[in-house]
Design a protein around this ligand. Sequence first.
Ligand code: SAH
Ligand code: DHB
Ligand code: MG
Length: 227
Amino acid sequence: MGTDIYTAVDTYVDGLFGGDDPVLRGALERSAAAGLPAIHVSAGLGRFLHVLALACGARRILEIGTLGGYSTIWLARALPPDGALITLEAEPRHAAVATENVAQADLADRVEVRVGRALDLLDELGREGAGPFDMVFIDADKPPYTEYLHAALRLARPGTLIVADNVVREGKVALGSTDDEAVAGVQRFNAAVAADPRVAAAVVQQVGVKGHDGMAIAVVRDSQPPS
Ligand code: SAH
Ligand code: DHB
Ligand code: MG
């Protein structure tokens, strides 16, 4: 994204709050060395997720899409000592890097990395009677985002916070129908979350070191009408 004003503001904010500490930097270095794509959230958005987890008093967090565990560490650091985070990852190579990064962050006692297709693992969590989760972060492949939302709702309680990354995609979501499966997937998700009476939701667009994108933030309502 170069040295535009948005990058300058991210740098400014990281200067005020602290960006990546040595543990997070180490996680990114190990991820890069292992050849993982650099599609993790920015430091500013990692901090934002951390603050949201604290705001909802999260003790149980579910993450869909681990990569090298960068967002995992930001989220898990908001947990109390007896809290737990389960993160779902399809690529064994990504999961192995994440497991090492979580251990280096001293969070292995709170974080479980599960390897498999997220939709299968979400079904498995349902069968196990896992949850309810206090917070769910959706950040895996984009075409099934709506199915991830519905799975998250099955593992939620009134008050659960559901956050989804990448729902703006450089503004492409606003430009109508598209052949891009990722954009189409988040368009379908945005329409679903906006119309679902089980949640109160908003979409927040964001600019910064990762360009122009956004997150959807939804709170599960007290009374859940049937879907
Ligand atoms: N949350 C991470 C970034 C996740 S990138 C962070 O901000 O640090 C998306 C991840 O989802 C990738 O590691 C990719 O392998 C994984 N993924 C893609 N499709 C998946 C699927 N169907 N099930 C589980 N994980 C999937
Ligand atoms: C992509 C995925 C992400 O989760 C992200 O934050 C940025 C990019 C991608 O698949 O291109
Ligand atoms: Mg993302």
